[in-house]
Design a protein around this ligand. Sequence first.
Ligand code: NAP
Ligand code: ZN
Ligand code: ZN
Length: 351
Amino acid sequence: MSKAIGYAAQAGDQPLNYFEFERREPTGNDVEIVIDYCGVCHSDLHTARGEWAGVRFPVVPGHEIVGRVLRVGSNVTKFKVGDTVGVGCLVDSCRSCDCCAEGLEQYCENGFVGTYNGDDKHLGGHTFGGYSNHIVVDQDFVLRVSDKLDLAAVAPLLCAGITTYSPLRHWNIGPGHRVGVVGLGGLGHMAVKLAKAMGAEVVLFTTSSNKVADGKRLGADHVVISKDPEQMAAWANKLDFILNTVAAPHNLDSFLALLRFNGTMTLVGAPAEAHPSPNVFNLIFKRRSLAGSLIGGIKETQEMLDFCAEHNIVADIEMIAMDDINDAYERMLKSDVKYRFVIDMSTLNQK
Ligand code: NAP
Ligand code: ZN
Ligand code: ZN
């Protein structure tokens, strides 16, 4: 075992603080990675504050990891020392169920192993994530990252990127589609960029009037202030697909009413408290669907990273030091993120 250092929440009502813990020695299939950058996802906040069911403390969050390979196990063929690599939300799964066989490890019927707060099959207890100096991951769950892009801005692709790419692909979004994106945060700003790159007409729905210009700069063809009923009414029955990234409970009907006949709204936002139930008539009269989607599998995550490298897509980030993390969470709760915080892990020092 080797000593690792990071930042952890010891309880839901405690700020994150310096924390020391153990990582396993790399086994034959493992890659040991020095972490350079880690993105800050709203799921980190939901977990660190104990909002979701079943959170185990201490929580070392972080699942948008970019770094360099330091050591490889004897069976590792996919990576070599010095390679630039990424780790997203998954570090293992059963590898034998139908979902795993299809490369959809996020839906593993026996439960995937999350990068943090998953069952640690090697050391027991639970896994610790990327707000740390290094991590040991099976080569099958490590991603190749292009050196051509700004690596700090690549980190958020590992969750915000794949979580929005996967449903856009699953619902076959492309030219001729009019796609709504709800919420311009970490996930939402990636959804705008990706849907645009896939050829769709993009309509952004935001509660923040100060994000209109940014929405257009990021690729939205239209920006709608979702708190304004008149602006919303103008889009009734006009959208083929909506990706809803909002991190808080809200009225889904106001968005379902914007879908055309046969349209789908997919929820990726995961607030701990339930949304008010939608009105069924809003669904049945136009055969609309309300769906959900969870991150993406390893194969699709690699496909997304390659797509982003090809289209020169990265996140718009604000770099922070490790010590800034608690302030960053407070700003995230005020929708004051442009549009992803990324921790410069070189600022994490032994205390
Ligand atoms: P984020 O950066 O905080 O963005 C969320 C955005 O939602 C905000 O910027 C804001 O956009 C909007 N919003 C926030 N509160 C709102 C409210 N009360 N009413 C209406 N809009 C509100 O969060 P994120 O990292 O993108 O994550 C979003 C959600 O997705 C979180 O719940 C996270 O846990 C979840 N998530 C799910 C998956 C998955 O696999 N399904 C993966 C990653 C994250 P505007 O200012 O534009 O309104
Ligand atoms: Zn995430
Ligand atoms: Zn499985």
